[in-house]
Design a protein around this ligand. Structure first.
Ligand code: PMP
Length: 285
């Protein structure tokens, strides 16, 4: 059977799951999304994803037509219909179809789309060997232009940085903020370990407050690893002992070099390995 895609309460075969070319999600990137994971049939941190989705909606004055409770139930139903237990779930809410102008008041019917499928963001070997990344010259969106805390459909900023990474032979790229501080990678948050302390940029560095990031901070707390949300510069990264990235799709993935310079001894570090193992256990708990 073809994959069943949810659009506004109805399920369609993948081939027939379509929305209007006048949708402002397409025309202007006017909309929001979430990327979630389910493990053994259970969506990891579903309520946190719902909170972030509804906050993103509020931030862009988009009224989601269904309640959080209904949305949660519809996510679970999408998994059930597709008989998926370990999956990636993409939830999209667009502003809806409108006229050929920006005016959000001339749109109607926000489209709520739920796709449950499989994802392999990075090849499995990178979890063993670690990623090599570069620093992109494209900076993360200025928070006063479009807050990176809104998970909007407007990802061109990050896509440009990802292209820079790919042109340098890397699958991920580091983005600095408008002040030159470390923000995050194009689709993942970043952590370093320095003298056995876990460090990651604070929310106000202009980052998406990742749900995996928060889970890893929680793990560190429960394992007794000192952790801080603190402003980091590229210098801090280059002299770090270890580095890794976090994201719903990526989970916890080690980084072994930045801009061709090895991090620590250039191998996946022990604290990174420990957190990778503990994260795997946490998602199945
Ligand atoms: N930063 C950006 C820019 C992202 O798009 C994502 C999600 N792919 C993340 C961080 C990680 O967030 P989460 O752990 O909630 O998936």
């Amino acid at each position: 059977m073809s994959l069943q895609i949810y659009i506004n309460g109805t399920f369609y075969d993948k081939e027939n799951a379509k929305i209007s070319v006048y949708d402002h999600g397409l025309l202007y990137g006017d909309g929001i999304f979430e990327g979630m994971r389910s493990y053994s049939g259970k969506v990891f941190r579903l309520s946190e994803h719902m909170d972030r989705l509804y906050e993103s909606a509020r931030a862009i004055c988009l009224q989601i037509p269904i309640s959080k409770e209904q949305m949660e139930a519809d996510v679970i139903e999408t998994l059930r219909r597709n008989n998926l237990s370990d999956a990636y779930i993409r939830l999209v809410v667009t502003r809806g179809a409108g006229s050929l102008g920006l005016d959000p008041n001339r749109t109607s019917n926000p489209q709520v789309i739920i796709i449950a499928d499989h994802i392999a963001l990075y090849p499995a070997e990178y979890y063993e060997t670690g990623l090599k990344i570069i620093t992109a010259s494209t900076i993360r969106n200025h928070p006063a232009a479009l807050s990176p805390r809104v998970k909007s459909l407007n990802y061109l900023n990050n896509i440009m940085a990802k292209i820079e990474g790919q042109q340098a032979g890397c699958v991920e790229a580091l983005m600095l903020n408008h002040k030159g501080e470390v923000a995050e990678c194009t689709g993942d948050n970043i952590f370093i370990i320095k003298r056995e302390q876990l460090l990651t940029p604070p929310k106000d560095a202009g980052i998406l407050e990742g749900i995996t990031r928060n889970a890893v901070l929680g793990l560190a707390r429960s394992l007794g690893i000192p952790a801080q949300e603190i402003t980091l510069t590229r210098h801090d990264l280059l002299v770090a002992d270890e580095c890794f990235l976090t994201g719903s799709a990526a989970e916890v993935i080690p980084v072994i070099s930045i801009d061709g310079r090895p991090i620590g001894d250039g191998k996946v570090g022990p604290i990174t390995k420990k957190l990778m193992t503990e994260f795997k256990a946490l998602v199945h708990r």
